[in-house]
Write a protein that binds this ligand. Sequence first.
Ligand SMILES: CC(=O)N[C@H]1[C@@H](OP(=O)(O)O)O[C@H](CO)[C@@H](O)[C@@H]1O
Ligand SMILES: [Mg+2]
Length: 541
Amino acid sequence: MDLEAVTKHSAFHAKPSGLTLQYGTAGFRTTAAHLDHIMFRMGLLAVLRSKHTRSTIGVMVTASHNPEEDNGVKLIDPLGEMLAPSWEEHATCLANAEEQDILRVLTDISEKESVDLQQDAFIVLGRDTRPSSEKLSQSVIDGVTVLGGQFHDYSLLTTPQLHYMVYCRNTGGQYGKATIEGYCQKLSKAFMELIKQASCSGDENRSVKVDCANGIGALKLKEMQRYFSQGLSLQLFNDGTRGKLNHLCGADFVKTHQKLPQGMEIKSNERCCSFDGDADRIVYFYCDAGGHLHLIDGDKIATLVSSFLKELLLEVGESLNIGVVQTAYANGSSTRYLEEVMKVPVYCTKTGVKHLHHKAQEFDIGVYFEANGHGTALFSKAVEVKIKQLAELEDEKGKAAKMLANIINLFNQAAGDAISDMLVIEAILVLKGLTVQQWDALYTDLPNRQLKVKVADRRVISTTDAERQAVTPPGLQEAINDLVKKYKLARAFVRPSGTEDVVRVYAEADSQENADSLAYEVSLAVYQLAGGIGERPQSSF
Ligand SMILES: CC(=O)N[C@H]1[C@@H](OP(=O)(O)O)O[C@H](CO)[C@@H](O)[C@@H]1O
Ligand SMILES: [Mg+2]
């Protein structure tokens, strides 16, 4: 380590004094103006992580669905997964070190993790379309080079595309080619082969309207469209040429506000979907003849995917175990449907995709989706090998195995990916001859409401049972239990957000009015028992 150079360059990226940030659910995220030092330091840390794992490490500059003025950064581990928890702690330590302590913290991390400093380091970078992203990724590069790391800057990429690149590079190209072309080819080939297998093509002119949240998804879909245009035509909206990123549009907006995105012309019953700002989430929706929005969220995507996979497994005749992983935000109707009708085991983990991803890896086939539309399906290596063998057969079994093999190739195995998920969903709808309305009708969501409450210190709330029960502050869980008892089919929980300085409240009940009212009452309980600040929660949304 050229300590002098590190000190010198670090001074160009000085930390605003008093600012402390934490590596949260999705890395660091805050207003872009406060992130320069974080970027430089994450460049440094990525080099240490790369030396430690002797692998390529990814650094993605994005704040996903958050406002355009924000930004963020996260590190991607060797197999395209989220950074290991012990290194999240190192990231937080390094981010908050005062200027004079930087070298000591770097040395501490290297010693604690026995990093061989002589080892080569290679970093790949990607960024979203935010105005601040280009300059911030230059600061990451500054950190990488000052520690002697080599790098490749992919510049504009969706978050899951960078996860894909990292995975490809660390598996010697076995997973695919680590280029945009490689990504487009791999996914489109699998998609085109899948829809070729459809017995009835159903809707002849297959098209879907995509709300791109004015983000990177628009650029990447435009780039990719020609690869699969014979199988699916896309109409892109909110493509960034006019509107602001994530403003009144995008998957997060549609899901949390349960409203149609602006900037889209929609006729009744047309199949539409929304990506979020970095294209790792997707939700579907349509408007019925009465102008009523029907939201098809991550839970319904997981249901469609897992029922399709279960059917294919039956045809293939393999008894492989399949599991669905959700979080506490999963709609109660979806869990009931999966367990009672589909007879698929369902598991609940803490919020944040790393928890779901990790759990899904325990199964031969693990399907995971957060209700907000982030998810994918994971297939164990053994399953992949077995299915590829069976796909060689020239009978019905072989046909089903071929479908499965293509589905395996179409799903991004490194991270939830809006483009890949969209292609999977479109293929399943063709193969099963389903309309979006029939898909939606699988079960009816329980009405629900999500709210945020501001408190002085959200850490006063601690939870257990995959965040479904509050342990502290005392009395809060009892208060929630009493409120829930007043309503039918009701459920409610609270947890501190990992990405915003708020406490999130979730409630569901037999009617929208009751879900709203329960959410409001729980918000009041949080405000009173967990140190609410500012205006008291309001009963109208
Ligand atoms: C209720 C909700 O949607 N929470 C989101 C949000 O986390 P919070 O910890 O709730 O702020 O951002 C995460 C990162 O994008 C995502 O994984 C998660 O699902
Ligand atoms: Mg995102």
